[in-house]
Design a protein around this ligand. Sequence first.
Ligand code: PZK
Length: 324
Amino acid sequence: MWVSIRNTAADPFDAGKPAGADEAAGSVGSLRRVSTVATLPHIASGKVRDLYELDDRLLMVASDRISTYDVVHPTPIPDKGKVLTGLSVFWFALTEKIVANHLLSSKAGVPAEVRGRALAVRRLDMLPVECVVRGYLTGSGWKDYQATGAVAGISLPEGLRDSERLPEPIFTPSTKADVGHDETIDFDRAAEIVGDRAVMERLRDLSIALYARAADHAASRGVILADTKFEFGHDADGVLRVGDEVLTPDSSRFWPADTYEVGRPQPSFDKQYVRDWASNTGWDKKPPAPEIPGDVVAGTRERYVEAYEKITGESFDIWLASVA
Ligand code: PZK
């Protein structure tokens, strides 16, 4: 089965930013040992994740790497990969009645050395569009609105402000760029790329339903889900499933509700410590990214664990114990 190599942008909504920040992707079918993962056929790498072959399944491994301003830092954030993996599993369970997903197991088949940060998943034939849903106007959506009054071909009311909640969530698909940034496209273009308008309508409706369910849950826990990105594919039986990671800080924007203020950019829940520190160092935001000092690493780890616990309502230790 063909799996395309592509760099998964950590900030998937900022289509149109300069390319060149992505790390080199791996090669299809090569036997490569990456970090501490046992030797499995390596399929693909994103900026902070790796995909391996696991017999008839795949193994998706989330690393502790972090990017800011689209560049990966050399310093890992301990447990970041485990937090994101635990969050994905939480959301897969919360949303499985809306749409089936690719999760098979967080234990069986997952090598001991990546337990907690890796998932055994069903192989899918991935659809070649990113399914972005925006509930708030920020990032490239805010930029496009300011320039044209519309996002992905959807006209929006006049006078909206930075980070403002939209009248209703909008579906703003994007291309999966091999290199550089995904580009926002309108629905018709997405349907063309997918080659089946009915499938595209289903992707749109499912994406909005997933966003609405997750945003509702997040709101009940004091968190705003500003926007998010899904990827879908068909399994061997032709069943449509949501794949990839879902509703993590790397595929979504989470804002603390208690400090939300329309009319300005919102601080990122997870990365703001690193961004603020990095800005103060005078780093020009071009590769290579600087090493992150210990106190900033510790503060950022705390934020990830806090995000996990706020959203799931459970101790992060419970996730660790469940995969041990
Ligand atoms: C698949 N990616 C993105 C790239 C990653 C992830 N269930 C699946 N079946 C087949 N292919 C994929 C999936 C999923 N999910 C996902 N590319 C292909 C990607 C690099 C690293 F972890």
